[in-house]
Design a binder for this molecule. Structure first.
Ligand code: NAP
Length: 282
């Protein structure tokens, strides 16, 4: 069964399940994206920060899949923000990906003194038709309010950390009210939620893997999924979510796993900085 699509507020359609490529590099990234495309994924979630846009571009080129069938998302990183800097960063992303447009371009992180200018650059790219849709990532309600107050284009998406241990009810309710599609990053909490007892119990009763149960739970919350794996059997499993469902009791049981516990810093506390990526600072 194919991956269903969701319609964003500007009418653009995107796959509800996209292949995330964070921490995949070089040949491993080419192989994983190739595998994902063969399994039917058409959405790829990359970022300038991940250092793998060339590898993603290479896998896309080798696949022979027409560009218009794909949905490519990339993001402008913290050290590229600002008006002119973002316009240049966008061109570099296009160049590395080997494409002349993006389907979705996101501000990766709300750098307090820069994100408004960065948004103006995204608006320009959108009005020029270089990107089909623009959005944000890791934005809190007050960041979104600032953008909505000062801009004519509403972000189509907020990509946030979302998994059973961080269910982000208030932020999702705000995004829903403003017609901003929520997308999950690290929906499996990088594998950490898969040994959770409640999830294992639901997995047993529906006859699907814990990962499939968690990803179906995301979709039932109307959250787009970005999920990564380097392993062919898991890449396939993670896209196979459309022939089963969860009951409202099972949904509630998974909701109850919430601990408000994050992998990354809270966006208001500290700029994101990954010391494993040399030379890139938040
Ligand atoms: N906007 C942002 O700030 C932001 C931040 C982080 C991530 N992201 C995006 O979100 C994507 C997903 O997040 P993520 O990669 O951090 O975490 P994730 O997708 O929640 O989890 C990936 C981890 O789970 C394992 N895994 C995957 N499928 C599995 C399965 N079916 N059964 C058991 N284990 C499984 C993978 O191991 P193997 O590879 O060994 O299978 C990997 O270690 C990223 O790749 C990136 O595109 C965005």
């Amino acid at each position: 069964m194919g991956i269903a699509r969701v319609t964003l507020s500007n009418g653009v359609k995107m796959p509800q399940v996209c292949f995330g490529v964070f921490k995949l590099n070089g040949n491993e990234a080419v192989q994983a994206v190739t595998e994902a495309l063969q399994c039917g994924y058409r959405g790829i979630d990359t970022a300038s920060y991940y250092g793998n846009e060339e590898a993603v571009g290479e896998a896309i080129k080798q696949s022979g899949i027409p560009r218009e069938e794909l949905f490519i998302t990339s993001k402008v990183w913290n050290d590229e923000q600002g008006y002119n800097e973002t316009l240049n960063a966008f061109d570099r992303s296009l160049e590395r990906l080997g494409t002349d447009y993006l389907d979705l371009y996101l501000i990766h992180w709300p750098v307090p003194e820069l994100y408004q200018e960065t948004w103006q650059a995204l608006e320009k790219l959108y009005h020029e038709g270089k990107v089909c849709a623009i959005g944000v990532s890791n934005f809190e309600k007050h960041h979104l309010e600032t953008i909505l107050k000062n801009s004519s284009v509403t972000p189509v998406m907020n990509q946030i950390e979302f998994h059973p241990e961080l269910i982000q009810e208030d932020l999702r309710a705000y995004c829903d009210a403003k017609n901003i599609q929520v997308a999950a990053w690290s929906p499996l909490k990088r594998g950490k939620v898969l040994s959770n007892r409640a999830i294992k119990e639901v997995s047993k009763s529906v006859g699907k893997s814990p990962a499939q149960v968690v990803l179906r739970w995301c979709l039932n919350h109307d959250v787009v999924v970005n999920v990564k794996s380097s392993k062919p059997e898991r890449i396939k499993e993670n896209a196979d979510l459309f022939d089963f469902n969860l009951t409202s009791e099972q949904m509630k049981k998974i909701d109850a796993c919430n601990e408000d516990s994050r992998l990354a810093h809270h966006p208001d506390h500290k700029p994101f900085y990954d010391e494993t990526v040399p030379g890139r600072k938040g």
